[in-house]
Design a binder for this molecule. Sequence first.
Ligand SMILES: [Zn+2]
Ligand SMILES: [Zn+2]
Length: 261
Amino acid sequence: MKLTFLGTGAADWDINQFDNMPEFRRFSSALVNDDLLIDPGPHVFHFAEKNGTPDLLDGVKNIIVTHSHGDHFCPETVAKLCTGRDCTIWCAPECMKELNAALGNEAAFGINFRSTEIGKTYQIGDYRITPLRANHFATPGEIARVYLIERDGRILFYGCDSAWLPTETWNFMRDKPINTLVMELTCGEIATYDWRIFEHNTPEMLQIMLTMFKKYNRFAPDVKYYVSHMARTLHGDHASVVRLLEPMGVTPAYDGLQIEI
Ligand SMILES: [Zn+2]
Ligand SMILES: [Zn+2]
């Protein structure tokens, strides 16, 4: 599986500042191969344009959604990718309300929509995908999700947004030979004891989780760790994030980073 990071920032990045900031991060989103989109945020077409690949998302057949916060879920993006196209969106049932409210019932009705349940595995295109509970609040009633995505015996964990991992999620993933984990790291070095710790990770929390994963030899022998969803106001520049995470064996993603899983 190929994973392309279309955005690696938290919700405090302003797309209007794109030209003024050389290390700009769009809102977090990622493309698996060329047909599975994780989070239809508002910046994905901006990435495609600026990357010189305007047709990058033309092959998207399925979209999975972590949660309906505006930096991850944009009804206009969903409409553009799904209306009149062979593209299905898989998400919490509450996301349909957001689509109805933003697009109107009739337009939303034309979108192939499949609501998913936590802990159930779905065959989505060539992928086996399991939504798992995230520790993150979106809208009342909605359960935010992290995902396990499997294809050809390779497994990706994508976990933006979630502070720590809820026990039921850990119990599901603990014995899986995961090859790549993309964790979230909203809070950074310049945000010690930040109030967001109850819904987002800090470097200290990441360190504790990583140490435990390694202590118990979790996941596949070739497992690799990445982080995404970095807040503009809580991190230094990319080089400082690289330095911070190097001792943990974690690579911070940046917009446009492509990895093979
Ligand atoms: Zn977010
Ligand atoms: Zn969020």
